[in-house]
Design a protein around this ligand. Structure first.
Ligand SMILES: NC(=O)c1ccc[n+]([C@@H]2O[C@H](COP(=O)([O-])OP(=O)(O)OC[C@H]3O[C@@H](n4cnc5c(N)ncnc54)[C@H](O)[C@@H]3O)[C@@H](O)[C@H]2O)c1
Length: 315
């Protein structure tokens, strides 16, 4: 079987996991890693027996590298992803994809013009229970979708210093709301603020409204002493609740409370396997550059809404 040669740019907390998974999957081969921090690059390269680089430009000259995961600090993602696309590599760029819309649009345009796969690390979509919710909403198994509520709270992950909780954390739930409703919100209203973080917001409450009256509420913060990641979806006939951490799913209606069991799966493994399948079989990824841009657009509008203290129309 042909393996996809892969590389990881940025081998910090998350990039290390990309490197590990590429080395574990049967259809991928980790070829190289790169980090501006030489020690970090070397440590991960030694662990997996691959070459370490501190310059991505040099690493991208390696013809064995067909695809690249970009896992740098959030404000450096777009620049590194563009470099990789310009070098003819397929790219998985971590969320939030870019620092602003223009950069994100440039990535999409470059990938499309070069017939390269571009996907964005909006990982929640690979959790089996969320896919089950998406199908249940689409097939109206819970009746008409009324609203969805997401809670994603924890302590401040101190290594994150270049974006706030909206672009780092709430962006997952913004994408989830687009995914389960299969549409883009028409307006956003948000309140954000900072309790501990000096430069960026560390809490956010975001309300999204959709055509025909559906709505979504997102509570995200880095000021909670414990970690919770929960989604509740209310339909006219039943309620679905997902715990992203344990991957448990509950479905409740007036008569019964069901708990369908799915074996726990590592979402990153499913995500990178899907990326490899898309590259090797020339398929469109489940999460496209368009999805990344749409999520970023809502995140930016949420920050604007809070700053201006009013709802922002998106359509
Ligand atoms: N999808 C998810 O669930 C998920 C989870 C965690 C992190 N992330 C994303 O992954 C990215 C990295 O997050 P992290 O927690 O690993 O941060 P981190 O600070 O632990 O690691 C980032 C690494 O990138 C390196 N780096 C920065 N700029 C670089 C460049 N231009 N070239 C090469 N290396 C560079 C840094 O030296 C550091 O080692 C962020 O964009 C974050 O949003 C996604």
């Amino acid at each position: 079987m042909k393996k996809m040669g892969t590389a990881v740019v940025g081998t910090g907390f998350w990039g290390k996991n990309h490197a590990r998974v590429y080395s574990e999957l049967e259809s991928t081969e980790l070829v190289a890693v790169c980090d501006v921090n030489r020690e970090r690059a070397k440590a991960v390269a030694n662990q997996f027996g691959v070459k370490a680089y501190t310059s991505s430009s040099r690493m991208l000259k390696n013809e064995d590298v067909e695809a690249v995961s970009v896992c740098t600090w959030s404000t450096k993602l777009a620049k590194e992803a563009l470099k990789a696309l310009n070098a003819g590599k397929h790219v998985l760029v971590e969320k939030p994809m870019a620092s602003h819309m223009k950069q994100a649009e440039k990535l999409l345009e470059t990938a499309e013009n070069s017939d390269l796969r571009l996907t964005v690390g909006l990982l929640m979509r690979f959790i089996p229970g969320l896919q089950h919710i998406r199908e249940a909403v689409e097939n109206k198994k819970i009746g008409e979708l009324v609203c969805a509520t997401a809670k994603r709270v924890s302590q401040w992950p101190e290594r994150i210093g270049d974006v706030g909780v909206v672009k780092d954390t709430a962006i997952h739930d913004i994408d989830v709301m687009r995914y389960i409703s299969n549409e883009d919100p028409i307006a956003v209203y948000a309140k954000t603020g900072s309790m501990m973080h000096r430069k960026f917001e560390d809490y956010a409450q975001i309300m999204l409204t959709f055509e025909d009256g559906k709505s979504a509420f997102i509570e995200s913060n880095w000021i909670t002493p414990y970690k919770t990641r929960i989604l509740t979806v209310t339909g006219s006939e039943a309620i679905m609740r997902l715990d992203y951490i344990t991957q448990e799913l509950w479905i409740e209606d007036a008569k019964e409370n069901l708990q369908p069991r799915f074996p726990w799966r590592e979402p990153l493994k499913l995500e990178l396997q899907h990326f490899a399948d898309c590259v090797l079989e020339k398929k469109k990824p489940l999460i496209t550059g368009v999805d990344g841009i749409a999520a970023l657009k809502v995140a930016e509008a949420a920050l604007r809404s809070s700053a201006k203290n009013r709802a922002i129309k998106l359509k």
